[in-house]
Design a protein around this ligand. Structure first.
Ligand code: PEP
Ligand code: MG
Length: 652
């Protein structure tokens, strides 16, 4: 029996990866052959990959066609799904890895490798090297008579990879948001491992004479290439998934064992090319002594996360993967950016002494954890914490944080496959506010863009993302993202002392537009009889324009928080992720200090408070300077707080 029906796709973001996977899953339940056509192009509805390559957007018409005994039920079920019926999936993007600059060759001079100091402290321990070696597939050809048996080997390997992903999903307890998002990632990979387009391509390549491993890599590269050429960043990001899955199937066929972060069995120093926020989220806790990467820079997010976890880290070391793979032990000096591979007995001893010294220092600083941070003159300086979500609050409080001075909410958005909805955001913000009460919490609205892209939002590739559509600029154009966040913040404001902060402000009009939207959100909540609070409203001063016009901007806000990471990169015209320019990324450069001074002067004149939430806030050399300029709040990675409090007590 044949049946067909035209339907308009009503899924947000169209037939993206998750909805495509759900359509394919449903289609596979029917015996009928099912196709989905968009114009002239037709996809097998049982293949996630073919559906993704069809690139159907929300609002576009498609034809669903089925042929088989249950054709009618198949068409009805799929039409219901894609038109937003009961079973309709909600799809949202996953985190994109932070782009790393290519390593440059800089020969070590003292037997040590040198990189960018990214997170202070010293570490020594066994090396866990996560630099997978890509084994070349065998060359041998497969004769036609052996082709089906060879294809069976592929099928078995793909099934083994799917089973391995199943086991990984079973290990998650499923209760936390992190587990749920990881499960979605693993599920998406599993869908690709079992995809019919992949299997058909491999079968054809094997019948053309290729062995299974070569055919898998060949077809994987071809499909990844097609995904990478899509005009949608989220689907382009799936190219990496495809490459990863086919590489694993090929490795299984070749008997190459897998290396993954979950295999870190004992406390180790991790060596990797780069780590995304998602990788960090998956790390078994307490097993990371130190971190060394070949990519990244001091203000890239891998460095920020390492600092917030108190893990000594050196990024951007100049070393080839083969030189790192055989290493058994590593010593890391995160403050000086030095890394020793397989240190000799003397070097090991020296590092042990320094680790003991650091522990003694921590002990000495423990007395400052609970003090009220006042200068000798009695001025209260709020020494607060930078966080990426509620999971960071216990460490912040344990270190004596005076609340939160920067909650980077885009990390929350990047953690899962889905941008959290208004209710989930409100619950999360309220949790942080309650935990920090009576201290204040500065929650920054999503700072998407720059080195924190969020695929799937239809953000075009920009030639200069740091000067592009990011922060408040993006939010003011995307009320679908901004408004739910503002409503969630207002709803959460009843749970504690909330301060809302807008990032990347360059012009007064942006403050007016953001405040207008905030008022509109208040009006809606009032209308809907939903209780909400009245937060303070401030901005980050991190563009030269904001610093130069701080006097004008100060009239429209309750506070300033200086983002020295971006302010430095823009004042010095030095990309913060480019490790070749690390010498220019100095917040203590006279030009940057002048911009900070202008901002503090404007705040003082307008009678508003000014804080610093960039990395300079935790820098012992800069804290006295910032306090002299009139800063009354310093927000930093939690492990730096006790030392900053001590320094505050030593200033006039
Ligand atoms: C900054 O730019 O200094 C800042 C604190 O924000 P982020 O590092 O998240 O860009
Ligand atoms: Mg910034």
């Amino acid at each position: 029996m044949q049946c067909e029906c035209n339907v308009v796709v009503r899924l947000e973001e169209g037939l993206h990866a998750r909805p495509a996977a759900q359509v394919a899953k449903l289609a596979k339940r029917y015996a009928a052959a099912v196709e989905i056509a968009k114009g002239e192009r037709v996809a097998n509805a049982k293949s996630t990959v073919q559906l993704m390559l069809l690139a159907v957007k929300e609002g576009e018409a498609i034809l669903i066609r089925a042929d088989g005994d249950d054709a009618e039920t198949a068409v009805a079920g799929l039409a219901d799904l894609v038109s937003g019926g009961a079973g309709a999936p909600q799809d949202r993007p996953a985190a994109a890895p932070v782009a790393a600059p290519p390593p440059a060759a800089a020969p070590p001079t003292d037997g040590a490798l040198h990189g960018v100091p990214a997170s202070p402290g010293v570490a020594l321990g066994p090396a866990f090297v996560l630099l997978p070696e890509h084994v070349a597939p065998p060359e041998h050809a497969v004769p036609p008579a052996a082709a089906e048996a060879e294809f069976d080997r592929f099928t078995a390997a793909a099934a083994r990879v799917a089973a391995m992903l199943d086991e990984a999903m079973a290990r998650l307890d499923g209760n936390s948001a992190g587990d749920r998002s990881e499960r979605e990632v693993l599920q998406a990979l599993q869908d690709l491992a079992g995809d019919v387009e992949l299997a058909d391509g491999v079968r054809t390549a094997i019948h053309g004479g290729q062995n299974a491993a070569r055919a898998t890599l060949h077809v994987g590269a071809e499909l990844a290439g097609r995904l990478a050429a899509m005009d949608d960043a989220y689907l382009r990001a799936r190219a990496e998934d495809m490459q990863g899955v086919t590489r694993r199937i090929a490795d299984t066929l070749m008997g190459v064992a897998e290396t993954g972060l979950h295999q870190i069995a004992e406390p180790s120093v991790l060596v990797a090319a780069d780590l995304s926020a998602l990788d960090f989220a998956r790390l078994p806790s307490g097993r990371l002594l130190g971190l060394v990467t070949t990519g990244g820079s001091a203000s890239s997010h891998v460095a920020i996360i390492a600092r917030s976890l108190g893990i000594p880290a050196v990024v951007g070391i100049a070393a080839d993967p083969p030189a790192l793979r055989g290493v058994r032990r590593i010593a890391v000096d995160g403050g000086q950016g030095r890394v020793l591979l397989d240190p000799d007995a003397d070097a090991e001893q020296a590092f042990r002494l320094r680790i003991a010294q650091a522990a003694a220092d921590r002990e000495r600083l423990a007395q400052f954890v609970r003090i009220e941070p006042r200068t000798r003159g009695g001025r209260l300086i709020e020494v607060a914490a930078n966080i990426g979500g509620p999971q960071d609050v216990p460490a912040a409080l344990a270190n004596g944080a005076w609340g939160v001075g920067l909650f980077r909410t885009e990390f929350l958005f990047m953690r899962g496959r889905a941008v959290p909805d208004e209710a989930a955001q409100a619950a999360c913000y309220a949790e942080v506010l309650r935990a920090c009460a009576p201290h204040p919490v500065v929650i920054r609205t999503a700072d998407i863009g720059g080195d924190k892209p969020l695929p799937g939002l239809g953000i075009e590739t920009e030639s200069n993302p740091f000067l592009g559509w990011r922060g408040i600029r993006l939010c003011l154009d995307r009320h679908d993202i901004f408004k739910p966040q503002l409503r969630a913040l207002l709803r959460a404001a009843t749970a504690g002392r909330l301060r809302i902060m807008f990032p990347m402000v360059a012009d007064e009009s942006e403050i007016h537009a953001a405040r207008a939207l905030l008022r509109a959100a208040e009006a809606e909540l009032r209308e809907e009889r939903i209780t909400f609070g009245t937060p303070e409203v401030g901005i980050m001063v991190e563009t030269p324009a904001a610093a130069l016009c701080a006097g004008t901007l100060a009239r429209h806000v309750d506070f300033f928080s200086i983002g020295t990471n971006d302010l430095t990169q823009y004042v010095m015209a030095a990309d913060r992720t480019n490790r070749r320019l690390a010498h220019l990324q100095r917040a203590d450069h006279p030009a940057v200090l002048r911009a900070i001074e202008l901002t503090c002067q404007a705040a003082r004149d307008a009678g508003i408070w000014v804080g610093v939430c960039g990395e300079a806030a935790g820098d012992p050399a800069l804290i006295p300077v910032l306090l002299r300029l009139g800063v009354t709040e310093l927000s930093m990675s939690p492990p730096l707080i006790p030392q900053a409090k001590k320094l505050v007590t030593e200033q006039d």
